[in-house]
Design a protein around this ligand. Sequence first.
Ligand code: BGC
Length: 373
Amino acid sequence: MPVLNFIMKLTKPTAQNRTASSRPTVNTVHRIGGGGMAMDRKALWALCALVSCVAVAGVIALAVGVLRDDPVPRATVLPAPRFHIVLIAQERGNPYWQKVQAGAEAAARERNAFIEVRGPVQTDIEEHVKLLDMAIASRVDGIITQALTEKAFAPVINKAREKGIPVITIDTDAPATKRLAYVGSDNYRAGVQAGQALIRATGGKATVGVITGSFEAENMIQRLKGFRDAVKHAPGIRVVAVESSNISRIYAAERAERMLKDHPDLTALVGTSALDGLGIAEVLEKRGLAGRVTVIAFDDLAETLAYIEKGVITATVVQAPYAMGYRSVHLLVDALEGKPVPPLTYTDTYILTRDTLALHRAAASRESEADRP
Ligand code: BGC
């Protein structure tokens, strides 16, 4: 055994320590074990050094082995995204726009594009247009945006196209601009559906207050127009107040509160943007009016569904925000690849009530499993 031999060599008295061992002192001579073998301090240090070396070598060997079979995944090298797309939402933190974002991100993954989502914290046309300008200045490959008003958005959308950047509008269209395509609801039709739902729920007799997301935004204008046109067919329906929430849930609640005070005979409330119905429902619950006032809302946010289940919201017009994000990215990438793109893609809108809630939830969970609109 070479190691043993080496140790024996180290422990064998040298000429120098033979002299020392002839004049032993308590301090210089140590007895190791009971074998009567004497070892001086130098030899002991050498032995310790050897043991340490063996230990360090073992640890290194072990580490190399562990690293070799390391189950931790190394960074996967993905191909660089082919296109940089910017999506500009009406409000960044709004749950409706988060659904749009989820759809856009899913499509971007499928098409190997990089999607950057921007938007004002609170709806603000000026800031929205500024973000569009910044996207153009940074020469992105394509832009997806809501076009709240044709007047404010046409110059910047047209500028993008002149610089060779295709623009797809979603949710709210600006057909007179140079946008490449629109993906979203037929907002007029969605308004008609809300009116029809109200007629159905009230038997054509109601005193109504409407809370709209905005008096300026084209989608809201179209929905209100559709709603008014639909209820014209029911002479028993009277619209006595229309107010704006600026798409804010808090303002919607405030407006609902005020309407109920100003019009104690109100029997129905309609909210035309995603958070309006939630503000209305909150106020009705607080005032003990839940279930006694008909409520027609927009969109199928989780809270809206919960209020439908409880009977606070009577019906809602479901839109397809996920599909808007998903399809708009696919179309934009098609266009960037030189493929033809249809100018109009209307996503589905339909009425949801408590009767169809279970069906709707089942369909929605199947869709999210498949990561599809
Ligand atoms: C509208 C969006 C709006 C959102 C606000 C939706 O119903 O389609 O344009 O931004 O409500 O919460």
